[in-house]
Design a protein around this ligand. Structure first.
Ligand code: NOJ
Length: 553
């Protein structure tokens, strides 16, 4: 046995150990019946989340938006988009969540706005050199007549990162930068007005009572001075990662912004928290986002993107606890979100699928559904025993797989359009979730409309079906969350155990955790008492792709 003990950073703030459930509002529950989920829909389903046993919810954006990137293109940061409801609906949802002991984190999108934001419209009208244009990244083009983009950067969603505008007099004009879609112009974060505006937006939501923010593209807001040419390495994660020095990812200047925001958060009571979405090449670099005077959490994407390989999983857990521990922050753990293939499919893919490409009807390497579900249940069983905070993505508690057969005409991810269908994009993990097997749209609403079609076989994943089945994924999650709370597993230390090369094994006090990634069953000994099994099995040998929590003696 290796007696290497690793601690999650100590401290009592709620976010150090919380299990946070991501709600993707357009696909969670639809009270209005228009086929797109909404805030009253969420309020109506909070009991189910309380019953699940999570500590907090994070809502993907519901602010005013033309929805060119599913709300990550915000036109008004201080209002609710009519498709999701009203500010009063938000206040009601927040109050109802708090009444159930559930904290609420909202998504903040500070790297870019929508091109329909008043500031961007003013910038278009005001022309080159104006104060209005200085809030965004406008530049003259290269070439004799400015007909070439200012540099060679490539958008995350495909195509170039620059869009040329037509000036008020009808002539071809300057270019503006957009890391994502052309409808998502980047702010210039060296601009004082931008900084002041976002402090005010933070306060707007903090005053309403939110418990924190998930900060979109937290690694992209500052660009290297001079905007030097850069072509990404072929296998870079599309949202970042890849190489160490990318002129638009992970620039040092971002840290000043978070130090500033940290102060704003500290003005409020209740341990309000910032969680950064920062795709970076290493955990060492990621940990810089959560130094004591910066953000409180950051997503652990290197963990999420680790393949189903025992040695790699052990290494990434070890490194996560080390690197975050060094800066006094908890590690976070996450297996699925609205940008990646659901882990019940991803963990059994047999061909590469880079982040953001998705998987569709013609993709190679589609997963075996039963292996995928086994691995997903095992992975989650291990994750929820780790010290730190865990993120869950709506529908994973039902074991939902990726929707892989969405017909082309329904696709909405800008990636699909900007690459002419070469990359499917992220629609497959965003399909509205099933609540009742026999109801229209599986209980997502009462009309049967759904902005993305739901696979027919999702009837078997519906919450009411799983609720009634003691061995369902839903009941596994409930049991894991109940025991995690009872045993306070979110804080404290972990002792590694050596049960063989193909296993991930550690101990939390008297509770042993083991995952078997090998081909053969793993004998655990006669003196084991199983506390949880990721899937039911007989005897004392842990089958392939299974995990368990157990005690001995
Ligand atoms: C990251 C978000 O998670 C993703 O969904 C979005 O498309 C980009 N940021 C742009 O805001």
């Amino acid at each position: 046995m290796t007696e290497l003990e690793q601690f999650a950073a100590p401290g009592s703030e709620w976010w150090r150990s919380a299990v946070i459930y991501q709600i993707y509002p357009r696909s969670f529950a639809d009270a209005s019946g228009d086929g797109i989920g909404d805030l009253p829909g969420i309020t109506g389903r909070l009991d189910a989340l309380q019953e699940l046993g999570i500590d907090a919810i994070w809502l993907s954006p519901f602010m005013t938006s033309p929805q060119k990137d599913a709300g990550y293109d915000v036109a008004d940061y201080r209002d609710v988009d009519p498709i999701f409801g009203t500010l009063a609906d938000f206040d009601e949802m927040l109050a109802q969540a708090h009444a159930r002991g559930i904290r609420v984190i909202v998504d903040l999108v500070p790297n870019h706005s929508s091109d329909q934001h008043a500031w961007f419209q003013e910038a278009l009208k005001a022309g080159p050199g104006s104060r209005e244009r200085a809030r965004y990244v406008f530049r003259d083009g290269r070439g004799e007549n400015g007909e070439l983009p200012p540099n060679n950067w490539e958008s995350v969603f495909g195509g170039g990162m620059w869009q040329r505008v037509t000036e008020a007099d009808g002539t071809p004009g300057q270019w503006y930068l957009h890391i994502f879609d052309a409808t998502q112009p980047d702010f210039d974060w060296t601009n004082e007005e931008v900084k002041e505006e976002f402090r005010s937006i933070l306060r707007f939501w903090l005053d309403r009572g939110v418990d924190g923010f998930r900060v979109d593209v937290a690694h992209g807001m500052v660009k290297e001075a001079g905007l030097p040419d850069y072509a990404p390495v072929a296998d870079a994660d599309s949202m970042g990662g890849g190489e160490e020095n990318v002129p638009y990812w992970g620039q040092d200047g971002v840290h000043d912004i978070y130090r500033d925001w940290h102060q704003v958060m500290a003005e409020y009571d209740g341990d309000r928290a910032l969680c950064g979405e920062a795709w970076l090449p290493t955990l060492k670099k990621t940990a810089l986002w959560v130094r004591p005077d910066e953000m409180h959490q950051t997503f652990n994407f290197p963990y999420m993107m680790t393949e189903w390989d025992a040695a790699k999983i052990r290494d990434i857990i070890r490194e996560s606890l080390d690197e975050f521990g060094k800066v006094g922050a908890p590690s976070t753990w996450v297996l699925s979100n609205h940008d990646v293939i659901r882990h019940a499919s991803r963990l059994a893919l047999t061909a590469d699928s880079p982040q953001g490409d998705g998987i569709g009807p013609l993709s190679a390497g589609k997963p075996d559904p039963s292996a995928g579900l086994s691995r997903a249940r095992a992975a989650t069983t291990a994750m929820l025993a780790l010290p730190g905070s865990s993120y869950l993505y709506q529908g994973e508690e039902l074991g939902l797989p990726e929707a892989m057969e969405i017909p082309d005409e329904f696709r909405q991810d800008p990636t699909w359009f900007r690459t002419n269908g070469e990359r499917y994009g992220r629609d497959g993990c965003r399909v509205p979730i099933p609540w009742e097997s026999g109801a229209p749209a599986f209980g997502f609403n009462t009309t049967g409309d759904s902005w993305l079609p739901q696979p027919g076989e999702w009837a078997t994943f519906a919450r009411d079906v799983e609720q009634a089945d003691a061995t369902s994924t839903l009941n596994l999650y409930k049991e894991l969350l109940r025991l995690r709370r009872e045993r306070d597993l979110g804080i404290g230390s972990l002792v590694w155990e050596d049960l063989g090369e193909q296993t991930v094994a550690f101990r939390r006090g008297d509770l042993h955790v083991a995952v078997n990634l090998g081909d053969a069953p793993l004998e655990l000994g006669d003196d084991v008492t199983f506390v949880v099994q990721s899937q039911p099995f007989d005897g004392t040998a842990l089958p392939t792709d299974h995990a368990t929590w157990y005690t001995k003696g």
